[in-house]
Each structure stands twice: as structure tokens, then as C-alpha cells.
Design a protein around this ligand. Structure first.
Ligand code: C5P
Length: 312
């Protein structure tokens, strides 16, 4: 096989409960992930033959990025997809030989785990391209070393993550949920938002609570109760994201005013997520939110959807 394309979804956090800062620099979390139908595509291909006289099996790991805000994605060795391909090659003793093409639709640095999604897709694509046949459990282990959100991008669906978010248990859900995402100009740095969360807690003299999953959220998901789900959405990083980007408060308020059943910052932001009663309501809501100050664009999506999958 000379090229493999993998489609991978974005995520929104239905609950993000942030516990104390650990010694390793991460926070203990309860993180309820939900994969939505906003996809990046990663193609892994055999590199073109090298120039005459060069070793055709020489290591070569290239990356190109296309799509909205592609220019903001690093194409150096820091690119998460490149790191994932490299980690897979290291684990299996393969030489690093692949050209990766990332087609982005997931907002960059938007709190929807786009970089993590690309890493997960690169693992699946290179596993196929190189004929490694590694089982999903092995890919999950490599994924957890790349980043806390990468295992979920492999798994998809709806799942609760504990530890730093990488230990996953799939959740039972009923029905389809319809979402509107308001994209903002520029990204927010995830470490910065976590740091601001710690700072705000310290300033207020509030100790970080032990994170616990919301029973109301689990029940809403199990029953497919969209109204109850809207009520149960929560994100402990939201005050920090709003402190760093005050205009997001406007966006959230506009969504609520226009009838969203729930409104919250997605992950570390700055994307805002709105839950709608139906696909029609999501489209109406999107049209109303589009013109709010600070909103760059809107997209609608539904969930849950599967994780990284080889495209037909
Ligand atoms: O795991 P990942 O590299 O995606 O995390 C990015 C950053 O987010 C970490 O360096 C850390 O600052 C913050 N983080 C955290 N606690 C977690 C997950 C991420 O503090 N559980």
C-alpha cells in the first residue's frame, strides 16, 4: 500500500473536572470526552524516491498541512503527528519513512484536540502503511505518551478519562447530540489555561477538589436526554479561559440567549460549544451566533462519532 488516509474527529469535553497540580506538571482530571463530526484527515504515503545516488531506505519523515489556519501548525519535529509516527517507528524498529499530509478542519489551538487527533490518525495511518499490524492496545499506549488527549482520538465515541485524561472507559449513550461550535480568532495555550486555573484558585484561597464524574451527566447520556445533558455540562477550565479571553463571555451569553440548551468553553478554549435540541435548531443557532463580536466562524457537528478510522 503506498498511501493510507485516516479520518479523525475533534472532541468536546462534556465535563472537565480539574484536580490538584501533580508533581509531574499535570493535573488529575475527570474528563468526559465526546467525539464530534468535525474531522481532520491525515494521509501517510511512501516518500518519493530520493535523488539518484541516495540510499532509498534512508530515514525521511515529512509533513505538510493544508486547510483553515494551516500556517499556524508547526511542520517541524514538534508536530504531534510527526512525533507519533516517530514513536511508532521507535517502538517497532522501523526506519522513519513517510510523508504525512494533514488536511485540517478542526480548529488549531482551539480546545478541540486537533493536534492530538492528528497524532492519533498518524499512528493508525503509519501502522497500516508500514504493515506493522500493531493492535489498538499498543497504539493506545504509544498515544498516551504523545499527549493526554491522544488515546481518546483513537477510541472516539463518548468516554470518561481519568489520571491526566489518558485512562479511558467508554460510556454508554443513547441518540445523537447536535452541536454548534463558535471558533475564535487565535488560539489559547493549554498549559497557560491550566496555569491560570491554578492561579485563580490560589488567589481565591480555594483548594483544588478531587475530581469526580457527574452522575447527572452519566444519566443524561445514558437516557439520551438532551435537556438534562445541557444542564449537566461543566468545565473547570472555563473561568481561566474567560479570564484570558474575556470576549468569550459574550459568545457564551449570545448562545444561551438564542436558546442553546447548554453553553461552555470547549476544553482549554477558545472554541465555545453549544448544545442544540435538533439538527435544525443547531443550524438556526449557528446563524444567530455567527455575527457575535469575537466569533470568527461557526460550524455545526453531531456526536458521538467513531475515533480515528482508515477512510474507505
Ligand atoms: O498531555 P498534553 O501534552 O496534551 O498536555 C498539554 C499541557 O496541558 C501539559 O503540558 C499541561 O500543562 C496541561 N495539562 C495538565 N493536566 C492534564 C493534561 C494537560 O496540566 N491532565
Amino acid at each position: 500500500m503506498s498511501a493510507i488516509t485516516v479520518r479523525v474527529p475533534a472532541k468536546v469535553n462534556l465535563q472537565l473536572a480539574v484536580g490538584p497540580l501533580r508533581e509531574d506538571g499535570y493535573h488529575d482530571l475527570v474528563n468526559v470526552f465526546h467525539a464530534v463530526s468535525l474531522f481532520d484527515e491525515v494521509t501517510a504515503a511512501e516518500p518519493f524516491d530520493p535523488a539518484p545516488g541516495r540510499d532509498p531506505s534512508a530515514a525521511s519523515l515529512g509533513v505538510r498541512v493544508e486547510g483553515d489556519l494551516a500556517g499556524e501548525v508547526p511542520v517541524s519535529d514538534d508536530n504531534l503527528a510527526v512525533r507519533a509516527a516517530r514513536a511508532l517507528a521507535d517502538r517497532t524498529g522501523r526506519s522513519y519513512r513517510a510523508d504525512l499530509l494533514i488536511r485540517k478542519s478542526i480548529p488549531v489551538a482551539g480546545g478541540m484536540a486537533g493536534g492530538s487527533a492528528d497524532a492519533a490518525a498518524a499512528l493508525v495511518a503509519c501502522n497500516e502503511l508500514w504493515g506493522l499490524g500493531l493492535p489498538r492496545e499498543d497504539l493506545m499506549e504509544i498515544a498516551a505518551d504523545i499527549g493526554s488527549d491522544v488515546p481518546f482520538a483513537l477510541l472516539g465515541g463518548t468516554a470518561v478519562g481519568t489520571g491526566r485524561g489518558e485512562r479511558l472507559a467508554p460510556l454508554e449513550t443513547a441518540g445523537v447530540f447536535h452541536w454548534v461550535f463558535a471558533l475564535a480568532d487565535g488560539g489559547l495555550s493549554t498549559p497557560r489555561v491550566y496555569g491560570e486555573c491554578d492561579r485563580l484558585r490560589e488567589e481565591a484561597g480555594v483548594a483544588a477538589p478531587t475530581p469526580a464524574v457527574s452522575e447527572a451527566l452519566l444519566a443524561a447520556l445514558r437516557e439520551g436526554d438532551v435537556r438534562a445533558l445541557g444542564q449537566a455540562l461543566s468545565n473547570d477550565l472555563q473561568p481561566a479561559a474567560l479570564a484570558l479571553r474575556p470576549s468569550l463571555a459574550n459568545t457564551l451569553a449570545a448562545g444561551r440567549e438564542h436558546g442553546a440548551l447548554g453553553a461552555l468553553v470547549s476544553g482549554s478554549g477558545p472554541t465555545c460549544a453549544f448544545l442544540a435540541e435538533s439538527a435544525e435548531r443547531a443550524h438556526e443557532l449557528a446563524a444567530l451566533i455567527k455575527n457575535v463580536d469575537g466569533c470568527r466562524s461557526v460550524v455545526t457537528a453531531s456526536g458521538p462519532v467513531p475515533g480515528a478510522t482508515v477512510a474507505g
